[in-house]
Write a protein that binds this ligand. Structure first.
Ligand SMILES: C[S@@+](CC[C@H](N)C(=O)[O-])C[C@H]1O[C@@H](n2cnc3c(N)ncnc32)[C@H](O)[C@@H]1O
Length: 266
């Protein structure tokens, strides 16, 4: 699917490779935004591009009814397995540029640079229009995006290795290693703002051999002015742009913008 490529190869190891992301702390920030910008605690929250459901589950644990929308069947399948026994989540496989819900919600969240996966301003505008359509009047939209500073300096044309070296039954006779290494080569095209990620996943198999799987993903770098303008055009009034969970103002070296907007409806 254009704009939702990737994740087939890495969905089953995605959580291990992203283990450093502190979702409870992020959920505290989400709740702080609810307190700050909504008259009361929302009952139903949409987690757009929910992936394997880390934030969806964290908020469900805190008592919210949740809808998790994602375009990737592989990511949703991981989310679904993790959520067995958690009743108040509805999972939907849909494109975030054209999603449909059964009714409106009070808050929409979209985490971990998912919106950077929309590769044109037109796609971003389509997504914002859908968010506006399914938000209650004065409903809240919270999302984050990777910044131009991050695309230039952190991603650039740099390579990284993500790894997980879990040992099952450590110290026991049948101790088993299941190491995962993910080589990650970035290619950033400043003219188009597109940044390609070439991921090579190496998974250790019993007997010490490795299976390699490759995956290609693309994100787009957006200027803040473009994002704010598209929000306003969609009827989403920006409320703030921060650089961390403590509401620090974003600046030139911010790597991730945390943005809140309110749905304005006539
Ligand atoms: C970096 S992951 C973030 C997942 C999750 N929000 C998290 O915090 O882990 C980006 C997610 O965006 C989803 N995605 C990308 N393009 C999409 C589209 N057009 N429609 C729906 N989901 C999309 C991918 O399938 C993936 O699950």
């Amino acid at each position: 699917m254009s704009g939702c490529e990737g994740y087939e190869a890495i969905a089953h190891v995605y959580d291990k490779l992203n283990a450093e992301i502190d979702y409870p702390a992020w959920a505290d920030f989400v709740e702080a935004c609810f307190d700050r910008f909504l008259p009361k605690r929302p009952e139903l929250v949409l987690d757009l591009a929910c992936g394997t459901g880390s934030m969806t589950l964290e908020l469900a644990k805190r008592g919210y009814d949740m809808i998790g929308v994602d375009g990737s069947a592989d990511m949703l399948s991981e989310a679904f397995s993790r959520a067995i026994g958690v009743p108040q989540i509805l999972w939907l496989q849909q494109d975030m540029r054209a999603f449909e819900l059964y009714g409106t919600v009070v808050a929409v969240i979209c985490c971990l640079d998912s919106l950077n996966y929309l590769l044109s301003p037109e796609d971003l505008a389509r997504c914002f229009a859908c968010v506006h359509n399914y938000l209650d009047p004065d409903g809240l939209f919270l999302f984050d995006m990777n910044t131009p500073y991050k695309f230039r300096t952190v991603y650039g044309n740099n390579a990284y290795v993500l790894e997980d070296e879990t040992v099952y039954g450590e110290g026991e006779a049948d101790e088993e290693r299941a190491a995962i290494y993910c080589g990650w080569q970035n290619t950033y095209h400043p003219d188009s703002g597109l940044c390609e990620f070439d991921l090579s996943l190496f998974e250790e198999l019993p007997g010490g051999t490795y299976r390699r799987t490759d995956e290609h993903q693309t994100e787009r770098c957006y200027e803040l002015d473009t994002v704010l303008q598209l929000l306003k055009q969609a009827g989403l009034m920006p409320l703030g742009v921060w650089s961390d969970y403590a509401f620090a103002e974003a600046n030139d070296t911010t790597e991730r913008w945390y943005i809140a907007a309110r749905a304005v409806k006539a």
